[in-house]
Write a protein of this length. Sequence first.
Length: 437
Amino acid sequence: MRRTVWSVLGLVLICAPAPMAGQGLRDKISELFVFTPGQQPLFLGGTGTHENHFITSASTQNGVLISFIGNAVGASVASIPLSATSGRSTFRFEGGAPVRTWVSPGPILAERALTLGKGRVFVGANMNRLKFESLRGVRLDDIRLNFVHENVDTPACDSIEAQDCAPYGVPRLENDVIALRLGLDLEMTVTSFFVSFGLLDRLDVGVALPIVSTSLVGQSDVQIISFAESTAAHFFGGTPSNPQLSSTGSTAGSASGIGDVAVRVKVNLMQSERTSFALLADARFPTGSAEDLLGSGHFSARALGVLSAQLGPFSPHANVGVLLRNTDSLNNAVLITVGFDHVMAPWATIAADVVTQLQVGENKITVPGTVTYEVPFVRTVEPTNIPNQRDDLINASFGFKFLTGSGVTIVTNALLPFNEGGVRPNLMWTAGLEYNF
């Protein structure tokens, strides 16, 4: 059995698919803002001297949005909980005979303080399937963006307009707005292979290898809201007197490859018949392609204090720690997970948890704020319907473990969001297998 397990894991490492070559999925998202082939986002083909007036807007708002979506998805991939580092019932030996020390096979997405024991091995694989549905509570198929004209304030403008061009809205064409509706269909499958080894009686080391598959379908519908009194200054095609003021864009793509590999260490500091306490360190390396939305693109590390108890068949647990990210675009976080696993029968265990990731500090990247026009009248435009809010993640986890006659444990789980932070699915389901020897 051991040879079979190690052979399978070795084959996975050798044959894991490489990321898709060529254009990345982040670039695919950028395509939804390009309406003139071969040009920059929001370039207005055919409008002559006015064709670049929204490029400044694109470089700020569009760039922020593309970066924001890409970073949020990458963070979501890297934040998908891995399986616990240990499973099955545990034993100690008294007079050469095994005596069960812990009844429950353990939680699913949380950690328990028990270690495997020297020379023991825990291996497994699980599949996580999710479809992202919202970004900070806004549906991904209904993201609204309003791109504003650059504020032209030059001596030449002052001379032509015979007035000061500093106020926003002078000349009148500055009032034109590109209104864009963005729709994204983003699905992901993460298959994780993991192994933990009892280096000492109270020290475990492990590694987790995720294989990520991401698919993207996107569409954009855009309309120029013109303030022109006679002939239009900004349009996608046609002529100033007969302008094309609307357009569409679409894109699709997929990528598969290795995600962010995790290395884990757990040390048990205290263990009694009823309670146990451990420290766990988890480092995730940016081995997944951020451009293809397979990984976060940065190094991150977790440190957790793990407390677990056993009250007959009922085993509560709590994990508290921090998540540190080596990037300027995403915040660090406080991690809190509380829950229990309960043995319903010798072959069936139920597990439930509240899994949280609470943002530390103010958002490092914010979406553009309200734009105020002064001429021809005071009015405001909201650049987007995505709110500036904290990206706290609060989820409910509920699942089962079933022990088979061969000793393999079947794992099923569902993760549901409790709040509206970050890029979120309505449901992430998990199915997997675990084995101890």
